[in-house]
Design a protein around this ligand. Structure first.
Ligand code: ADP
Length: 305
């Protein structure tokens, strides 16, 4: 049947250290990673587009070329004069990863500043995806613009999907995060939180509690990811725990949640069965965590069987 999937947020330049000490350059960011996995899992009659803002520098050009080369639509991406993309670096010390970010003045912070373009892009899409990080990097006014457009999309029956991706450091205060994450859920049909984040920041005492909270905000369906303990699908029909797929060796958990979301949505859009979609997504996420990096090539997702 096909359709148009639009993911909204920030893709950054990623620097990581190769074993010989050289820096490797890549591109990643939560909503972009999910678009990547949705693209990998959706049939060709679906388009997958990314909505963000970039600069007019060579790095922005390279990022756009990268997206285009991987069949992710870029026609909605604004170019801002004098701006650059955000950047982060993965630091590895004694096997532990930590991150340094340079994103405070990235072009993506202005992704919702052109309300007309945002509206048109959303109107042209059937499925909208965004995250708590998307909301956190915007000015309050721009976040309100984005939420208003998403509420309109939800009201006309489009699937609006939100991963709260709680990152307190990106918010001015806990209250701001709390309020805007609630607004994100209100604008959404489906919320896909990670249980450990929700426990850490909203003190949920059970998965059922997380599902209840997001459903009270107005989401119709909630899928709570819980690492090796699987994912719970909460709908009007009740709650179903879908176990994770056991893996012999976890190599890199980067993008576990993002790939789960992308794969879940791809399956759900084609088959309309959230429990089957969660089984499929657990299989894809299990492959992703057995490879290095945020963006595992589509052929590896299939090859690992
Ligand atoms: P996030 O990256 O958002 O914190 P999770 O850690 O909850 O997300 O992982 C998302 C999904 O990835 C899980 O629901 C599960 O299917 C899979 N997953 C994560 N960690 C493991 C693991 N150690 N073994 C098997 N599957 C895992």
């Amino acid at each position: 049947m096909g359709g148009h999937f639009l993911s909204i947020g920030e893709c950054m330049v990623e620097l990581s250290q190769a074993p010989d000490g050289h820096l490797r350059k890549g591109f990643a960011g939560d909503t972009f990673n999910t678009a990547w996995y949705a693209r990998a899992c959706l049939p060709a009659d679906w388009s997958v587009d990314y909505f963000t803002a970039l600069g007019d520098d060579p790095m922005s050009d390279e990022m756009l070329d990268f997206m285009k080369a991987h069949d992710i639509g870029i026609s909605n991406i604004r170019r801002l004069r004098g701006k650059t993309p955000g950047l982060y670096m993965i630091n590895l010390k004694d096997g532990e990863r930590s991150f340094s970010y340079w994103r405070d003045s990235s072009a993506a912070r202005q992704l919702a500043a052109d309300g007309d373009r945002l509206r048109t892009a959303i109107e042209e899409s059937n499925v909208l995806y965004f995250s708590g990080i998307t909301l956190a990097i915007l000015s309050h006014e721009d976040a309100e613009t984005l939420l208003a457009e998403l509420r309109r999309a939800k009201a006309v029956g489009k699937l609006v999907v939100f991963d709260p991706n709680l990152r307190p450091r990106l918010w001015s205060s806990f209250d701001a995060m709390h309020t805007m994450i609630g607004e994100g859920a209100r604008a959404s049909t489906l919320v896909m939180p990670s249980f450990d984040d929700e426990v850490s920041h909203f003190a949920d005492d059970s998965i059922a509690g997380t599902i209840r909270r997001y459903r009270q905000h107005g989401a119709n369906m909630v899928v709570v990811k819980n690492g090796p303990d699987g994912a719970t699908v909460g709908t009007d029909a009740g709650e179903t725990l879908v176990p994770a797929v056991k893996v012999a060796k976890v190599v890199d958990t980067t993008s576990a949640g993002d790939s789960f979301n992308g794969a879940f949505l791809a399956h759900y859009l084609e088959h309309d069965d959230p429990v089957a979609a969660a089984h499929f997504a657990a299989g894809i996420a299990a492959k992703v965590i057995q490879e290095h990096g945020a963006l595992v090539p589509p052929e590896k997702l299939q090859a690992a069987g």
